[in-house]
Design a protein. Structure first.
Length: 117
């Protein structure tokens, strides 16, 4: 029983640390340097603005998916009953599916951009 209690405390600390570090992780994934991209390059300003918007959206979606994957994993680890474990597993599967959809969506957008440029 003492071991289970120590695991609960460890997971609470890990969860708190993850939540506190999420803004830093989001900034790393989003690459805020693209916000200051030179809009007078080879592209017209509308094209550069669309590219920037797509990059920001994909970055935020990936950060959210990673957060939900970590959250579901913590839920599975801290589950005491089978129902809670299955709920965490279902959330993990959905989060991974969401990450795959975002990556495929970003690839499709890049492919379409390359065909029209």
């Amino acid at each position: 029983m003492k071991l289970i209690k120590s695991f609960r405390v460890a997971f609470r600390v890990a969860k708190k640390t993850l939540i506190q570090s999420l803004p830093v992780l989001a900034l790393i994934l989003i690459e805020p340097g693209t916000a200051y991209a030179d809009l007078t390059s080879d592209y017209n300003s509308a094209d550069a603005l669309i590219n920037q918007g797509v990059n920001w959206f994909v970055g935020l979606a990936v950060a959210a998916a990673v957060f939900f994957i970590a959250r579901a994993g913590m839920k599975m680890q801290s589950a005491e009953e089978d129902g809670e474990y299955m709920k965490g597993k279902r959330n993990l599967n959905r989060s991974i599916l969401g990450l795959i959809v975002v990556i495929i969506g970003g690839s499709i957008v890049e492919y379409i951009k390359s065909k029209f440029s």
